[in-house]
Design a protein around this ligand. Sequence first.
Ligand SMILES: [Fe+2]
Length: 364
Amino acid sequence: MEALGELAELLGGLGLQVETARSTVEALNKLRADAAHVIVSYHLSGNFDGVGLLEGSILSAPEALRIALVSAPDEAVELDYRPSHAGAIIRLVAKPSERSRLVGLVGEGVKLMTLVDEQRELVRKLSLDQGKLQRRETLLDTVVKERTKELEESYEKLKIANRQALFGLAEAIEAKDPYTKGHCGRVAAYSLVLAKEAGYPVDGLETLEFGAFLHDIGKIGIKDAVLLKPGPLDDAEWVHMREHPVMGFAIASKIEMLHPIMPAVRNHHERWDGSGYPDKMVAEAIPLSARIVAIADAYDAMATDRPYKKALSLEECEAILRKTAGKMYDPELIEVFVGRHLGTLYHEKYDDLPYDDGHAASST
Ligand SMILES: [Fe+2]
């Protein structure tokens, strides 16, 4: 097959890597092993079906340019009508007269395949970049989430630390006056139960409980001789003792975290009929949190032992609260507190709390 050698030399002269095969099987094996850009085959050579080979090469080299060399125009006409060409690009070149056309076609095929390869490489790089970008986004997302979580945790820790410091302050007052020990915690618990039962806004419950716990924070400014006096106070002592809501308000106003509880601190001694202090507010003008704390405060003072008075029973406490509703306390809140026996609920629920040691309380 001298012609095959000539063809290989011709195409090799174009700077291409050329592989030759002398049978369909050999050609297909070589095509499976290496991707080809251009496949050139004689149409018919003895028993060799060149066009059959080109058609069969579609599976192993789908994008390659296929060229069949025909020896006479008749063969070209015959091949043009072969129905099995469908899907396969096959160019026909008459040998040897169209040698320059063959060279041109092969060059075109190589160029086309190079473009296809470049396009493939571009797509591969783009998808790699996209993958990297997605990984970076995921990483960024994770970092942001972690940082946010850390910040939230720090904020929570700070909030807890602040609360602990403030509760510590309230406990310091209680520690100074053994008769009020446990009182703040119980007032907070009663206030919370009453607020929940009275339909207080859920998102305000935490602040309300906090305010109830610290409602007497102003007692820090009351003289020990008055605060710790075991017996009843005289008029001047009462005047001084009644300064504690305003003193507490002044303290709370200096601590941003305490601002939401300022009404409970300042106005928990206001009375429904306007006879309370310090602002002589009347009825619903009194902040709701202060009205709730006032009832909890009064109930706990009655329900626990004091230095000069024994604790009253639940029934006695409830009777007094009912009698004073509308004069001292918000009648609707009293109805909830007494009607649902919230004093009993509290004792069952909170008796085991560490801050409730059963000591006496005061409601000054
Ligand atoms: Fe008070």
